[in-house]
Design a protein around this ligand. Sequence first.
Ligand code: PMP
Ligand code: GLU
Length: 403
Amino acid sequence: MPQLASRVLTVSDSFTLKLNAQVQELQKSGVDVANLTAGEPDFSVPEVSKQAVRQALDLNRSKYTPVPGIPQLREAIARKTNLQQPSTVSASGEWGAAQVVVSNGGKQALFNSMMAVINPGDQVLFPAPFWISYSEMAKLVGGVPVVITTQFENSFKLSAAELSVALDSSPRARLLILNSPCNPTGSIYSAQEFRDLAAVIARHPRGKDLWVLSDEIYDRVTLGQKPFCSFLQACPELRPQVITVNGMSKAAAMTGWRIGWTVAPSDVTAAISTVQSQSTSGINALAQWASLAALSLQETEFAEQIEKYRARSRLVLEILSKAGKLKVVAPEGAFYVFFGVQGYLKPKESAAQLCESLLREARVALVPGEPFGAPGFVRLSFATDEATLKAGCERLVSFLNSR
Ligand code: PMP
Ligand code: GLU
């Protein structure tokens, strides 16, 4: 038998997508499961995006697009990024379309970035808990994932001291990934917290060789008073070594349209575009026109959605407070609640096993913390309707309290 490439032997499927598909199969077979697994907004795509697709079809806009995207969309993305990074703009000038590559979702934007900057054996650093795909993508491109442990007491945010130790002990550190608001913890970094990290990078002897990738895909979803802060808004002086990733999946409920992007200095943008030109080419033309329309909407158009996420996070926290031994990270952004279930585990039981029993016995599907690098924890997505959410949380609490 011919062999598979060794790179795929060490890489896992997306745990969340796989689990979500399994739960959907169960639901199709008639089982009533409260599915709180996938980070997929339940809202409809903006009406203007639907209209833009119809119009694009009528105008036969269905040919190959330029590899990095249609110019109008790249310009709109640059404008959005300039608004979020005014300090960068005043320090080094505006981002333009030439620094944007539109990709198949934030996922491909991340993957392209790693392809563009990681050599075999280079280390890719990120704090745990982390979004599942970072480690697997790092391996796929030949890099070595380095997971940095963080503290529950600091809402699992990376501190300057933790980064400093990690850099000292990672001689081939090439990329640091930061994610705020964070999947799975919901934590948001303040400008000062980002500046503290930037100071470590600036001081470190190998700091100049380190790329920083700031995954800002949950920028719009803030749940309380704390505002979103783009990494480069806080640390504009690092602009030559920062790649910002964002997209439409979470911000405009456009998961299936597969629109993400990178905004980065021109040389790395050119490299990312080369990678994309040899893999997928320019992405689906209709989805690009749809995204352009969604990006033209004012923030106020999304206020109702954000208010719903806020109400849902309050609902979840209120119900979970009835399971007194949970260690909950109060989310500040994104649409997840991440909590420790250590107080409910049987001897030698893992969070993954608890999730299996929960699904079997109480018909609630959650994602265990292990693939996020956080054993003993569990992620609950509240990007779903209130009735499912309420039923799921109540079943979860009575399952835990009966242990
Ligand atoms: N980054 C994070 C932190 C995410 O949670 C996701 C989840 N979808 C992505 C990137 C990629 O999103 P997409 O490919 O759907 O744009
Ligand atoms: N980001 C979503 C989640 O964490 C979707 C899963 C994925 O893209 O792998 O649930």
